[in-house]
Design a protein around this ligand. Structure first.
Ligand SMILES: Nc1ncnc2c1ncn2[C@@H]1O[C@H](COP(=O)(O)OP(=O)(O)O)[C@@H](O)[C@H]1O
Ligand SMILES: [Mg+2]
Length: 315
């Protein structure tokens, strides 16, 4: 049986960070939560502290105040329970794709036989469509391929939570679109819980169930939680024809253009309100408003590999 507490997979409470020597915090009173199986994106202007928050969630950086509770335990230090994809792919250049992914898999399951490692590596490399490149080195790969290896590596350790820092920022629009769709497919098949930083509102609308809007720094905060109530089977090519899309998009852009500034310097509320900008337009068009409740599927979490097998068959 799952309880409500179990549903709240990640709880971030009163998080603050002041770097040594700085007079003001980058952010303070950052409060939000992410449910199990939910895809959350965070958007905010450069420098507001998004990467710092992600690093705290990853356990790579210490907050000045506040707590992070993941799966009912406080986060202290890095852990293979969390898979991170950095802004740059961060692959080891002297290792092949296979060896890069295997390195992570072996760290996660040191007791595994080499056959088990091989199977895991090949499954996830296949998942991102790189089977043909498995024995190549990063220097032989395009930017998009390298980023896919980073994604395969993060998924291959079957993390409880995936942390993504603008993973597609350096890619051309076409490649980005393809990988976004792959990520969406994989995440919905595995019910992966995701925290992703992006500066691209269209990317957030395509991928996220929930979009956290961050005000400008210093003293930035998560000022608002926007629910994406467009149906979950979103497709890049048709998304802009979906009723409610423009209302949602305009809401996000308005925040970035003006409200993020007005709410800077600690003027944002500590406990952000939740809004659903697409709902009115969807109702006016006679459509259902999706109750995008994330799956709380402990069974699924226990069997991500089985889920992926289903996904591969249907792809
Ligand atoms: N290690 C550090 N030491 C001092 N200041 C830092 C450090 N890391 C980040 N900052 C500052 O904290 C602020 C937030 O940085 P960051 O989290 O990278 O923002 P974002 O990812 O939103 O662009 C910036 O003003 C940056 O200069
Ligand atoms: Mg950043």
């Amino acid at each position: 049986m799952s309880t409500e507490r179990d549903q709240l997979f990640l709880q971030v409470q009163s998080l603050a960070k002041t770097f040594p020597g700085a007079s003001e915090p980058v952010f303070d009173e950052v409060n939000f939560d992410i449910a199990r199986g939910e895809f959350a994106c965070i958007i905010g202007h450069s420098g507001c502290g998004k990467t710092t928050i992600l690093n705290v969630l990853a356990g790579l950086e210490q907050a000045s105040a506040g707590t992070v509770i993941m799966d009912q335990r406080e986060v202290f230090g890095p852990s293979l329970e969390r898979g991170v994809v950095f802004q740059s792919h961060a692959l080891m250049p002297w290792l092949t794709v296979r060896q890069n992914v295997a390195f992570a898999v072996k760290s996660r399951w040191p007791q595994w036989s080499s056959a088990q490692v091989k199977q895991q590596v090949e499954r996830y490399v296949g998942m991102v469509g790189l089977t043909h490149a498995v024995d190549m080195k990063p220097s032989q790969l395009s930017g998009g391929m390298k980023q896919r290896v980073g994604i395969a590596r993060a998924f291959a350790i079957e993390p409880k939570m995936l942390l993504l820092d603008e993973p597609f920022g350096a890619l051309d629009a076409l490649t980005r679109g393809t990988i976004q769709e792959e990520l969406l497919k994989i995440c919905s098949a595995t019910h992966q819980t995701v925290f992703m930083i992006t500066h691209d509102v269209d990317e957030a609308i395509l991928l996220a169930d929930k979009i956290l809007l961050m005000s400008n720094g210093p003293v930035a905060r998560v000022a608002e939680v926007v629910r994406n109530t467009l149906p979950r089977d979103r497709q890049r090519a048709s998304l802009h024809h979906t009723p409610g899309f423009y209302e949602l998009r305009n809401h996000l852009v308005d925040f970035l253009v003006s409200r993020s500034k007005e709410l800077s310097g600690g003027r944002a509320p500590a406990h952000p309100p939740q809004v659903r900008p697409a709902d009115a337009a969807r109702r006016a068009a006679g459509l259902d408003v999706e109750e995008v409740e994330p799956a709380n599927d402990n069974l699924v979490r226990a069997q991500p590999a089985a889920r992926l097998a289903t996904l591969k068959r249907s792809a």
